[in-house]
Ligand binder design. Structure first.
Ligand code: SF4
Length: 178
């Protein structure tokens, strides 16, 4: 097997020449902004709250199984405590009685936090145009991604997570308010 050859580091010249730590780094330096590093960390490890409302929740559970494997995108750690979660996936219709419970779970999640309205019911009440169902979950919590379908397939939820990651990477480091 051929021996691994390392590329020689160019010798600095002029005033910068000398055995300083910076010169020893050679060309192996990357620069970025604090926003990009923090957003990269946030987007790469979104932890959803363990929380399902109706039939859409079955599809949400399917995303963490071996066939769809949401862990490829760093979001498979569903947290039983909202205090450890930063993503709420509203998976199903929201009954009027459930609305304050949903809002309480959202309020217990630390900032920054995001919401995906999964399915037609969470986004617009779907077929349930009646007094018992909240007609869109954005009346209760701010929504970042609306995911259409009845129910959306696990691939669609994974696509929504990827779109949310893209959104997070472009967010400024200012406090989001509900
Ligand atoms: S969108 Fe369809 S699958 Fe999802 S909760 Fe509503 S009726 Fe059920």
């Amino acid at each position: 097997m051929e021996e691994l050859k390392l590329r020689p580091v160019p010798t600095p010249t002029g005033r910068a020449a000398g055995p300083t730590p910076l010169n020893a780094l050679g060309n192996n330096v990357l620069t970025t902004t604090l926003d990009k590093v923090i957003n990269w960390g946030r987007a790469s490890a979104i932890w959803p709250a363990l929380f399902g409302l109706a039939c859409c929740a079955i599809e949400m559970m399917g995303t963490v199984g071996p066939r769809h494997d949401l862990s490829r995108f760093g979001s498979e750690l569903f947290r039983a405590s909202p205090r450890q979660a930063d993503l709420m996936i509203v998976s199903g219709r929201v009954a009027i009685k459930m609305a304050p419970v949903l809002r309480q779970i959202y309020d217990q999640m630390p900032e920054p936090k995001w919401v995906i309205a999964m399915g037609a019911c969470a986004s617009s009440a779907g077929m349930f145009n009646n007094y018992a169902i909240v007609q869109s979950v954005d009346k209760i919590v701010p929504v970042d991604i609306y995911l259409p379908g009845c129910p959306p397939r696990p691939e669609a939820l994974i696509d929504a997570v990827v779109k949310l990651q893209r959104k997070i990477r472009g967010e400024p480091l200012v406090k989001r308010t509900a």
